[in-house]
Design a protein around this ligand. Structure first.
Ligand code: GLA
Length: 380
C-alpha cells in the first residue's frame, strides 16, 4: 500500500489475546468466567494522515491491506476487514471525532486458535483511535462497542468475556468476572512450580460461528421453558439443578444437557476461584478436567483433536488438569504442568498428535498479562 512509503508511527498499541481458565459459554448466560490476557498480542501502529475520511489499514503478517472511507462503513465480505469496519461503525455512533488515519498491524497471536485474536483486533483498534483522536471513551465503552461490532459485523453473538479480558487484564492475575453485573474481582495466580502450557491443535472447525449461535439459542430456549415454571429466573445464571430437574420433562434432551452444563460450569468457576485463593492447584486441575468432560459430552463444542490432547494430559501424573479453552471446535488446550515435566509432556503430545492427525502441534507457555495498552514508540 502506498502509505507505507512515508509511514511514521505516532502511536503504538499492544492488544493481547486471552486464555480462559474456566467458565466456557457462561458469559452470554450471565454467569461467571475466569479469563486473563496473555503475552501473545497484536501490535498496532497509528498515524493521522490529515485527510477527513480516508483510512488505510495494512496487515504486515499477511501482507494485505485495504482502504476505507469513514463516510461508508458498510460490511465487507472479507472477514478481518469486518472487525475493523464494525468497530469504526460503533465508534461513529458515539462520536464524530475520528478522522483519516493509517494503521499497520502485526501479530504473534495465532488466529482461529481460541485465544481471541478477533477481540484483540477490535479492542486494539478502539483503544488506539481513542488515544489518537482523544475520543474520551472509557475502557468499558471500548469493551462494549467491540462486543457489539462482533455481533453486527462478524456475526457471532458472543458474550463479553473476550473483549473484557483483552482490555481489563492485569499481570499475574485472573479476572473473576460476573457477566451480569460486570463486577470483577482480580485473583492473583501463584502457579509455581507449575506452568500454564497451551497446546495449539491448529484446527479451527468452521462450524464455530454457526454452532456458537445455535448453542446460544438452545440456552435461550431452555430459559424460556424454565421461566414458565419459575418466573423469577432471567437467565441460566438463576437456575439451580433442582429447578432444571423439575423442568426436565418439558425440555428436549439436547436443551436439557446444554442447561445442565452451564449450571455446573458456573459452579466450577466459583470453585476454581476459591481453590486459587487457597492455593489448591490440584483442585483447580480436577475441575479443569471436569469442565472439559462437560464441554465435550454435554455442551458438545469440543472436537476429536482437543479431546485427544486432553486424554494425553490425563495419562501424565505431572499434569494437574487440562481442557480446551475458548469458544470451541479446536483452538488450544490449556494444561497445568509441573515445570519438571513440561518438556517430556510436550514431546509426548507432539509425537502422538502427529501420528494420529498428521499435524505439527504448537506448544507454548502463557502467563497472565496486562490488557491493551499504549506501548513505547522506541521499542518497536
Ligand atoms: C468465544 C466468545 C466468548 C465466550 C467463549 C466461550 O470466545 O467470544 O464470548 O462465549 O467463546 O466461553
Amino acid at each position: 500500500m502506498q502509505f507505507l512509503n512515508t509511514f511514521n508511527a505516532e502511536l503504538v498499541i499492544e492488544s493481547p489475546g486471552r486464555i480462559n481458565l474456566i467458565g466456557e459459554h457462561t458469559d452470554y448466560n450471565m454467569g461467571y468466567v475466569l479469563p486473563t490476557a496473555i503475552e501473545k498480542k497484536i501490535i498496532f501502529e497509528f498515524q493521522k494522515n490529515g485527510s477527513e475520511k480516508e483510512c488505510n489499514v495494512y496487515s504486515k503478517g499477511f501482507d494485505v491491506g485495504f482502504q476505507l472511507d469513514l463516510g461508508n462503513l458498510s460490511k465487507s465480505n472479507i472477514e478481518w476487514e469486518n472487525y475493523i469496519l464494525g468497530v469504526l461503525n460503533e465508534i461513529s455512533k458515539r462520536t464524530d471525532k475520528v478522522e483519516g488515519f493509517n494503521c499497520t498491524i502485526q501479530s504473534n497471536l495465532p488466529a482461529g486458535s481460541g485465544l481471541s485474536s478477533s477481540a484483540a483486533l477490535e479492542c486494539g483498534l478502539a483503544f488506539g483511535l481513542n488515544e489518537l483522536f482523544q475520543l474520551g471513551l472509557s475502557k468499558m465503552d471500548m469493551v462494549q462497542l467491540s462486543q457489539t461490532a462482533e455481533h453486527t459485523y462478524a456475526g457471532t453473538q458472543c458474550g463479553i468475556m473476550d473483549q473484557f479480558a483483552s482490555v481489563m487484564s492485569e499481570a499475574g492475575q485472573v479476572i473473576l468476572l460476573d457477566c451480569r453485573s460486570l463486577e470483577r474481582k482480580m485473583i492473583p495466580i501463584h502457579l509455581d512450580p507449575y506452568k500454564l502450557i497451551l497446546l495449539n491443535t491448529k484446527v479451527s472447525h468452521n462450524l464455530a460461528t454457526s454452532e456458537y449461535n445455535v448453542r446460544k439459542q438452545e440456552c435461550e430456549e431452555g430459559v424460556a421453558t424454565i421461566k414458565q415454571y419459575f418466573p423469577e429466573i432471567a437467565s441460566l445464571r438463576d437456575v439451580s439443578m433442582d429447578m432444571l430437574q423439575h423442568c426436565e420433562p418439558y425440555l428436549s434432551e439436547t436443551v436439557h444437557r446444554r442447561c445442565a452444563f452451564i449450571i455446573a460450569e458456573n459452579k466450577r468457576v466459583l470453585a476454581v476461584a476459591e481453590a486459587l485463593e487457597s492455593n489448591d492447584l490440584s483442585k483447580v486441575g480436577t475441575l479443569l478436567y471436569e469442565a472439559h468432560e462437560g464441554i465435550s459430552s454435554q455442551y458438545e463444542v469440543s472436537c476429536p483433536e482437543s479431546d485427544f490432547l486432553v486424554a494425553i494430559a490425563k495419562t501424565d501424573a505431572k499434569v494437574l488438569g487440562a481442557r480446551q479453552t475458548g469458544g470451541g471446535f479446536g483452538g488450544c488446550t490449556l494444561n497445568i504442568v509441573h515445570e519438571e515435566a513440561v518438556t517430556t509432556f510436550v514431546e509426548k503430545a507432539t509425537k502422538e498428535y502427529k501420528e494420529k492427525f498428521d499435524i505439527d502441534l504448537e506448544a507454548f507457555e502463557v502467563r497472565p498479562s496486562t490488557g491493551t495498552k499504549v506501548a513505547s514508540l522506541e521499542v518497536q
